[in-house]
Design a binder for this molecule. Structure first.
Ligand code: NDP
Length: 248
């Protein structure tokens, strides 16, 4: 009998993460949604039913991560897939960003991704799992976007880390890939774009497909990268962006 696949999706209670959870559950993957907001977790559980598990955790509190992973492995036996989707943004003039601001963004978007991946990889190696880890970066790492210095630093680092992890872990059977979403219609992009029509026009103006992406577009890409259909793919950064990264 094949073992049930178990996935963790951080920030799976809203936006892109929620769409990834939906795709995973639709294909029978037991999916654990990790986030801070209990209401969002409850809503996800109600929406998706028995294949959806939830775990409340503030990932920026790094000390809690080993216990979180340990608890999930105790409960589910193993972890096959990790999607590092949770992230926060900060739109501020470069000179107004404090050291604390900068550190706060990096702590969630980068250091927590490292710490959670490390713990999950330990379990995958211990159990001999041929795992898949998917990181979520951003167009901010493909080209320069003003007023998002900490976010850009974190997302560029995620792409470098994806490649470093892929070279080290692929020989051990764990594939590491990254999705670089373009401008996707979620609360996060609404905050960044809706009060800034010039920025929105610029984002869409260089998107050959001419509209914001749907979170489900990222869900489909994540499902592909997590599946055996992508079994020879590791270390890639896949733009899912309506052509935004190559648009003029
Ligand atoms: P949302 O704000 O809807 O989702 C972010 C998720 O991250 C939330 O569910 C939130 O959960 C979770 N999260 C944030 N901080 C923490 C934390 N400390 N611990 C645990 N969970 C946390 O945004 P999107 O869906 O738009 O973004 C998802 C990812 O996609 C992010 O990494 C973002 O950078 C990336 N992205 C988005 C783009 C877009 O256009 N929307 C474009 C490019 C990249 P909770 O509220 O429960 O804390």
């Amino acid at each position: 009998m094949t073992k049930e696949k178990i996935a963790i999706v951080t920030g799976g209670g809203s936006g892109i993460g929620l769409a990834i959870v939906e795709k995973f559950i639709a294909t029978g993957i037991r999916t654990i949604v990790v986030g801070r907001d209990e209401q969002k977790l409850k809503a996800a559980k109600e929406k998706f039913g028995t294949l959806c598990e939830t775990s409340s955790c503030d990932l920026s509190n790094l000390a809690t991560i080993p216990a979180l992973v340990n608890e999930l492995v105790q409960k589910h036996g193993h972890i096959d897939i990790l999607v590092n989707n949770a992230g926060i943004n900060l739109k501020k003039e470069f000179t107004d960003v404090t050291d604390e601001d900068f550190q706060r963004i990096l702590q969630t978007n980068l250091t927590a991704v490292f710490a959670l991946s490390r713990e999950v990889v330990k379990c995958m190696l211990e159990k001999g799992i041929k795992g898949s880890i998917i990181n979520i970066s951003s167009m901010a790492s493909q080209y320069g976007i003003p007023k998002v210095i900490a976010y850009t630093a974190s997302k560029a680092a995620i792409e470098g880390m994806t490649k470093a992890m892929a070279t080290e872990l692929s020989p051990k059977g764990i594939r590491i890939n990254c999705i670089a979403p373009g401008f996707i219609a979620t609360d996060m992009s609404a905050k960044a774009l809706n009060n800034d029509p010039e920025r929105k026009a610029k984002a869409l103006g260089r998107t050959p497909m001419g509209y914001l992406g749907d979170p489900a577009d990222i869900g489909d890409a994540a499902l592909f990268l997590a599946s055996d259909a992508a079994k020879y793919i590791t270390g890639v950064v896949l733009p899912v962006d309506g052509g935004n990264s190559i648009g003029f």
